[in-house]
Design a protein around this ligand. Structure first.
Ligand SMILES: Cc1cc2nc3c(=O)[nH]c(=O)nc-3n(C[C@H](O)[C@H](O)[C@H](O)COP(=O)(O)O)c2cc1C
Length: 381
């Protein structure tokens, strides 16, 4: 097995620990936390790891490949970068770092509406391969403008989000002044002073901005006005009436993210979506909700032949990808995992994390004697 990553960090937990050392506490807690009491956050990983796989050692076996086809594209592995807002706050330039790494590793990268790089910049870096996640704007004019920009940037897949009908209740962010409206406190400034490398890099790259939204924002907003702008500009609650015009407009693949039930999957099929991401936003929205691995199997068993079923929330390793694929997912995404990578290792973080996950997944495939990722369900116990 060729170890194509920095061998000081062979586990995602190593990256998480290093990230915690590297960046100010308010930024780490924004990334790391769930909501309310963090029950759903922990349940995602714990219940996923209850999934067990059986090997089949004595059988005809040639070699394992982790290449995976999705929406007619062959990716190098069944894992992509989930959309994450405010990435530049955790580490400057994170969206560019991860998009470039995803391009190099031939994996999908999803750009969030509210992150710190623009649709156009990321499209340029990925030669039009990056996907885009749309937060639903309150005004149709803005919605249409952003969708037209994504189309002009040749974005192949538009992801719309249904699991933020209201902003998650996140005690750490409230304490740290990162809830809406944000505020910068003396404690935050002290935390920044304690992380000189982060502060230097941030100074070098400039204050992170919502680059995709810049054309629509009045100039020189202070933090308080920014909160008001975000509140007025986006209306998170999605319904069939809001999805229909998007389906009519968008000629590429359309994916609904945040699905956690058979009912919403059925609706997605009726509305003509091409895929769903079974997701609970990494446990950041509904603390009383199920882990994503719980509904995944029944959703995939019931509707997997009518719509592409993908999953995220709680995955932190190659074996986790295998567990999710064995449970019926066609593809997986990770949010925090890749951000731990950049917050820990800066410009090398994307490449390292992707290499590490690929090696881990390849290893478990060979251990199971499983030749193709689509055969993983045969190994589910
Ligand atoms: C800090 C942070 C910000 C996020 N911002 C967004 C966002 O802007 N849009 C979105 O669709 N999902 C967002 N998510 C959810 C991720 O896309 C993904 O569903 C989640 O991170 C998966 O869980 P994991 O972090 O355990 O892999 C965010 C997640 C985190 C951790």
């Amino acid at each position: 097995m060729a170890l194509t990553f920095d061998t000081r960090y062979p586990a995602i937990e190593d990256l998480r620990n290093k990230a915690k050392q590297n960046i100010p506490r308010f930024a780490f807690e924004y990334l790391d936390g769930g909501c309310n009491e963090d029950i759903n956050l922990h349940r995602n990983t714990t219940e996923l790891r209850d999934v067990q796989l059986k090997p089949q050692y004595i059988k005809e076996y040639d070699q394992s490949s982790i290449k995976t086809k999705l929406f007619g594209v062959e990716y190098d592995a069944p894992v992509g970068v989930a959309p994450v807002g405010l990435q530049g706050l955790m580490w400057p330039n994170s969206p560019e770092i991860l998009a470039k790494a995803a391009f190099k590793h031939n994996l999908p990268f999803i750009l969030s509406t509210v992150t710190t790089s623009s649709i156009e910049r990321i499209s340029e870096l990925t030669e039009g391969k990056a996907w885009f996640q749309l937060y639903h704007p309150a005004e149709n004019r803005l919605r249409d403008d952003i969708i037209n920009r994504a189309a002009a940037a040749e974005c192949p897949v538009l992801v719309i989000l249904c699991d933020v009908p209201t902003f998650g209740f996140r005690p750490r962010d409230i304490r740290n002044g990162l809830a809406m409206p944000p505020k910068m406190s003396v404690q935050n400034i002290m935390q920044i002073l304690g992380k000189p490398n982060w502060a230097l890099q941030t100074l070098k790259h400039g204050q992170p901005n919502f680059e995709t939204l810049k054309p629509y924002m009045p100039k020189g907003l202070d933090l308080k006005q920014l909160g008001k702008f975000m509140d007025q500009t986006f209306s998170g609650r999605l319904n069939a009436e809001k999805i229909k015009p998007i389906r009519d407009m968008w000629k590429g693949k359309l994916v609904l993210k945040g699905v956690a039930s058979l009912e919403d999957t059925e609706q997605a099929i009726k509305l003509g979506l091409d895929g769903i991401i079974v997701s609970n936003h990494g446990g950041r929205q509904l603390d009383a909700g199920e882990s994503t691995i719980k509904p995944l199997k029944s959703i995939a068993d019931t509707y997997g032949d009518q719509i592409e079923v993908m999953v995220d929330s709680g995955l932190r390793s190659g074996p986790d990808i295998a567990r999710a694929m064995a449970s019926g997912a066609k593809f997986t995404f990770m949010g925090r995992t890749f951000m731990y990578g950049t917050a820990a290792l800066g410009a090398k973080g994307g490449d390292h994390t992707m290499s590490l996950l690929k090696v881990q997944l390849q290893q478990i495939m060979e251990q199971l004697c499983c030749e193709r990722v689509t055969d993983l369900p045969q190994h589910l116990i």
